[in-house]
Design a protein around this ligand. Structure first.
Ligand code: USQ
Length: 396
């Protein structure tokens, strides 16, 4: 299959590009290297030494004998170039990762909020409009987030995208329907992904585009089989207060003897998935597209749920670390339960990597190995969700 990977230089996009290339697909990465530029802006960097795109592609060719093409393009801004590329190359499938993906970064200032909204919504909408204008029957797979649902339910399992409801008409008849699960985003970043799903619903209905939306949990781990095959192919590992996600942050913090930064009580429960399972899920998604005219296919891309304080305890035990409860810079429920359905991927053959089996390797092979590259000053999470949480602003 010919596949475009939008955002193929990022944490999920890069290992996905390699995985699909390894399977024999013809891969073109479209990326404006924005993630590397944000590192420059934040004066932060990956714990692992990631190489420039040219080095990555050369190393992959040497390793596998396969070629991945790269086009430096901003899909949120360069619509005409995007359309021309689609018309010229006629991909069978497009995988869309080209969005600003950090909640804390999206909450840093009004400029960061506006950038996240402009970038994410335009990237998604340009892609949809270009597929329609090309006249081609391209399957679009998008990386969404579990955060579109919010993290609480009325005790039920969060379904895969659609909620069965029953309404009573004025005549007293009962009508059953399935609606998109009510969106409940917890940050500007998460809000952009809730808007994305309305774009998808509309384009599937109006233009009969074939679309898959993957609601992914928090990714942990660093490498996949392919990124592990040569150090020049290594995946990025974010640990800073804006981009580092919780479990990888804890692993890194343990390696540099920094007390694990549990926000508040750590009673927040979240869904998790290993990066190796991410790339496998994308493979399964592109191999199993919806048919034309079908509604958007939504799958929950997660394998386990955990409470943050329990994760901190596990990391503290295996890596001999201390735990600190720090004030929560976010505006979120201090405690929540979370139950999630993920039958669709399990039925397609996903065989999850469990936290239990993968965590220790991550501590020794990544966090301890690269700990000398860490800048401890970048660990604190300083982006606050509301004005009154900002330091120096008195309570109203
Ligand atoms: N947290 C801590 N300590 C830390 C960092 C985070 O206690 O040092 C807590 C946060 O307060 C939050 C939870 O851990 O309750 C998760 O935070 P996170 O930064 O690991 O994840 P999040 O901001 O939700 O975003 C990440 C990815 C995003 C993806 C999302 C999936 O950056 O792209 O969409 O996970 S989900 O969380 O399921 O919505």
């Amino acid at each position: 299959m010919k596949v475009f990977i939008l955002g193929g230089d990022g944490f999920c996009g890069w290992p996905t590009s390699l995985h699909l290339s390894n399977l024999g697909h013809d891969i073109t990465i479209l990326d404006n290297l924005s993630r590397r530029n944000i590192d420059n802006e934040l004066e932060a960097g990956s714990l692992t030494p990631i190489t420039p795109m040219g080095t990555r592609l050369k190393a992959w060719h040497e390793q596998s004998g396969r070629t991945i093409n790269f086009v430096n393009i901003n899909v949120a801004e360069e619509y005409d170039r995007l359309l021309q590329l689609i018309k010229d190359e006629q991909p069978d499938s497009i995988v869309h990762f080209a969005e600003q993906r950090a909640a804390p970064y999206s909450m840093k200032s009004s400029a960061h909020k506006r950038y996240t909204v402009d970038n994410n919504l335009n990237a998604t909408h340009n892609t949809l409009a270009a597929i329609v204008e090309s006249g081609l029957d391209i399957h679009l797979t998008h990386l969404g987030t579990m955060g579109v649902y919010g993290y609480g339910t009325a005790g039920m399992k969060i379904p895969e995208g659609y909620l069965p409801i029953e309404v009573t008409t004025d005549d007293g008849d009962k009508v059953q329907q399935e609606i998109l699960y009510p969106a409940n985003p917890g940050s500007i970043y998460h809000m952009t992904k809730t808007q994305d799903q309305l774009f998808f619903a509309y384009y599937a209905k109006n233009d009969h585009l074939r679309i898959t939306d993957l609601h992914q949990g928090i990714v942990w781990g660093t490498n996949t089989q392919e990124t592990n095959s040569d150090e020049r192919l290594i995946n990025r590992f974010d640990y800073d207060g804006d981009y580092g996600t919780v479990l990888n942050r804890f692993l890194m913090q343990a390696a540099v003897d920094y007390p694990l930064t549990v926000h508040g009580t750590g009673g927040q429960t979240r869904a998790f998935i290993h990066i190796q399972d991410t790339v496998r899920c994308i493979q399964l998604a592109i191999e199993n597209p919806p048919t034309r005219g079908e509604r958007v296919k939504i799958l929950n891309q997660m394998t386990e749920t955990h409470r943050i304080r329990d994760l901190a305890q596990i990391v503290a035990r295996i890596a001999n670390a201390e735990v600190a409860n720090v004030p929560n810079p976010r505006n979120e429920d201090a405690e929540n339960d979370l139950h999630v359905k993920n039958d669709l991927f399990l039925d397609l053959g996903l065989n999850p990597t469990t936290l239990e089996e993968g965590l220790l390797e991550e501590v020794t092979q990544i966090a301890r190995k690269y700990k000398d590259r860490a800048d401890k000053n970048k660990i604190p999470a300083t982006s606050t969700w509301t004005q009154k949480q900002k330091p120096g602003i008195p309570d109203a």
